[in-house]
Design a protein around this ligand. Structure first.
Ligand SMILES: [Zn+2]
Length: 331
């Protein structure tokens, strides 16, 4: 990733950033809000690199070659500061005081701006936010602060009202698919599953496409779905035991099963194979579509939702999965 031109999606945000940079109308504080994997860090890094570039292009894009850009690309630009936190689940008032408030009064080392990127900003304690508020209220002219959040609503209204809000949206499935296939050389049948799963989240799609573990869970789920008709009750119980090792990723496992049955439903209703996500499993999808009734498939999809809710509510895991697999087998 070298510049805005390589970014998939987020066109409105990029247009906004480029205009702000070119018009020299940069605000002192921004919130980049979006779910994990949506591209907040990437956009903040590119924004910062463009602001600090010594030879910026006419369209607002960083040159990628000057000293500042090279430092930014390797994560060593002295005037781009990434705020870290000691404790995993909170950004304390001391973190903000030491890394932002006490540091921001020192002029930039070598660039025009001094940029603070605060990942996981929703983890700031109320005291930390109040400490940051003082800086945001009267920032030095060279200061730019970027707060990265998954849920900006958790920030104090006084902070939100002083920041320019940029909301990252889901990226169109076809763009995610194109990126996986063309840039990462993921085969189409595999890309389809990742895209269906990631729901417009590019980071998640890339993670899924490159994760051996996700593949393993997928293979396990697919194996079960192909063979469940012939499985004895004791074999089912063994399958439940194997699910125990995926306990932390059980929602992924259940989502894979749901995507599979949605495929079955779509194929049964339309006979259209283009809309089937598991395109490498077409043979089995067709068999299932002819064996199961509409009602049966709906029962299974309902049972999947129920199982998720039960697991979330800490109902006995083995029992929940047993019930689910029996429902799948019966329908
Ligand atoms: Zn540059």
């Amino acid at each position: 990733m070298s510049g805005f031109k390589d970014v998939v999606g987020h066109k409105n945000i990029i247009k906004y950033i480029e205009n702000a940079v070119m018009a020299d109308a940069v605000s002192h504080a921004y919130i980049l809000n979006g779910e994990r994997g949506s591209g907040k860090k990437m956009l903040a890094n590119l924004f910062a690199m463009s602001l600090q570039c010594q030879d910026r292009q006419e369209d607002g894009e960083a040159c990628g070659k000057c000293q500042s850009c090279r430092q930014a690309l390797s994560g060593n630009q002295p005037d781009i500061i990434r705020v870290t936190h000691e404790k995993p689940n909170t950004i304390s008032v001391d973190d903000i005081r030491e890394q932002v408030n006490n540091d921001i009064v020192i002029r930039p080392y070598s660039s025009r701006y001094k940029i603070y990127i605060i990942p996981d900003a929703d983890l700031m304690s109320v005291q930390a936010q109040n400490a940051l508020l003082k800086t945001i209220e009267e920032p030095p002219e060279y200061a730019v602060i970027m707060l990265l959040t998954e849920n900006a609503d958790t920030l104090l209204p006084t902070i939100r009202s002083r920041c320019v809000m940029m909301k990252l949206r889901n990226i169109k499935d076809q763009l995610v698919r194109k990126y996986l296939m063309e840039q990462m050389h993921i085969p189409d049948y595999k890309a389809d599953v990742c895209v269906a799963f990631a729901q417009g989240n590019m980071g998640k799609a890339i993670m899924l496409a490159t994760s051996d573990y996700f593949n393993e869970i997928k293979e396990e789920a697919v194996h079960l779905l192909r063979n469940i008709d012939e499985m004895s009750v004791s074999e089912l119980m063994e399958a439940v035991k194997r699910c125990m090792s995926y306990k932390l990723e059980i929602n992924d496992y259940l989502d894979i099963i749901a995507i599979w049955y949605r495929d079955v439903l779509i194929y049964k209703a339309t006979k259209n194979v283009d809309r089937v996500v598991f395109s490498d499993q077409l043979r089995y999808i067709k068999i299932r579509a002819s064996k199961s009734s509409y009602e049966g498939i709906e029962n299974i999809l309902d049972a999947l939702e129920k199982a998720k809710a039960r697991i979330k509510a800490n109902v006995n895991f083995e029992l929940t999965m047993e019930l689910l697999l029996l429902t799948i087998k019966e329908n």
